[in-house]
Write a protein that binds this ligand. Structure first.
Ligand SMILES: [Zn+2]
Length: 314
């Protein structure tokens, strides 16, 4: 059995919002068992809260944004990936603005913040959502499926018509040490040809070579180069880990993504939450006790759910 985790002390960080270009800061606070990940903001003298839940998804246009009542926060995915990847269950995130700081465009600064705060085990068992029947969401040539698996695994493929990216596939078996080593440092990326269009829509206003890998038609513009030869596909898995935290509890399954993005990540999180016949809740994992849990024959059927999300065609 594993236990829920929070952080030991409050910690703060500030920076520029990737899309707003505005200064913004946040403080992580320890939270009691069962709290989950909850954004907080002081408004007119009272504290408003917005749980990190797919129910409060506002949009997935170039980032993941949440909204509940007066709280509106965008670009939550890299912070949420750090919390999910490091297995932090309960935390309050106090916001000064409406966007999470971009920092270096990866989750590594948030991982360092969590380690600075220290990770604290709490006296309540961790609950897992274990997938028992495959769920697929798809849109045109993009798809994302979660299959039953004893552990949380990811297989992600991207295909770009760019000589320095082309087709990249990466496999990742989730655990905090592997997250820190293989995923957390991977930065977000963009194409120079798209930048003007982003700015004209008021997006990417805080983007720079300090927080984004930028590709021209033939080369990478960041003089410091890549942190991994396949940094882009690692970042896509980072984004998926962050978006999946919106389910609210860790999802045990094998995620297979092909050309997916925030839209499909969110669509799958929604499909999981809305289809309880496709999963069971556990307080332990197979690796903890060496035995497979009992699943009813009905739930063990491998029926695929085809969910067709309404997606933009960008
Ligand atoms: Zn990202």
């Amino acid at each position: 059995m594993r236990f829920q985790q929070t952080i030991g002390n409050k910690v703060s960080v500030s920076g520029i919002g990737l899309h707003s270009g505005q200064p913004t800061s946040l403080t992580l606070h320890p939270a009691p068992p069962g709290t989950g990940i909850v954004f907080r903001q002081t408004s007119n003298g009272s504290i408003e809260t917005c749980p990190a839940s797919i129910k409060h998804l506002h949009h997935t246009d170039l980032c993941t944004a949440l909204r509940l009542n007066s709280i509106h926060v965008q670009t939550v995915e890299h912070l949420l990936a750090a919390l999910g990847g490091m297995e932090i269950d309960n935390v309050y995130i106090d916001l000064s603005g409406n966007e999470i700081p971009a920092l270096d465009g990866s989750s590594a600064p948030f991982v360092n913040l969590i380690l600075e705060a220290s990770i604290v085990e709490q006296p309540t068992p961790r609950t897992y959502l274990k997938i028992v029947r495959p769920i697929t969401v798809e849109c045109m040539d993009k798809s994302l499926t979660v299959h039953p698996s004893s552990l949380q695994k990811f297989s992600y493929t991207i295909e770009y018509d760019h000589p320095l990216i082309q087709t990249q596939t990466y496999e990742y078996d989730a655990c905090p040490s592997a997250f820190q080593r293989d995923i957390a440092f991977a930065r977000t990326f963009a194409f120079e040809t798209d930048v003007e269009g982003l700015w004209s829509k008021g997006q990417g206003m805080g983007g720079s070579l300090d927080n984004t890998l930028v590709y021209s038609e033939t080369e990478l513009l960041n003089e410091t180069g890549l942190r991994f030869p396949n940094e882009c596909i690692r970042h896509k898995i980072l984004d998926l880990i962050g978006d999946l935290t919106l389910v609210g509890i860790p999802v045990i399954g094998h995620f297979i993504a092909i050309r997916a993005g925030h839209e499909l990540h969110a669509a799958l999180a929604t499909a999981i939450v809305e289809n309880p016949d496709y999963w069971i809740l556990l307080n332990t994992l197979e690796e903890d006790n060496g035995s497979a849990e009992t699943v009813s024959p009905l739930l063990a059927q491998t029926t695929t759910s085809q969910t067709q999300p309404a997606l933009s065609t960008q």
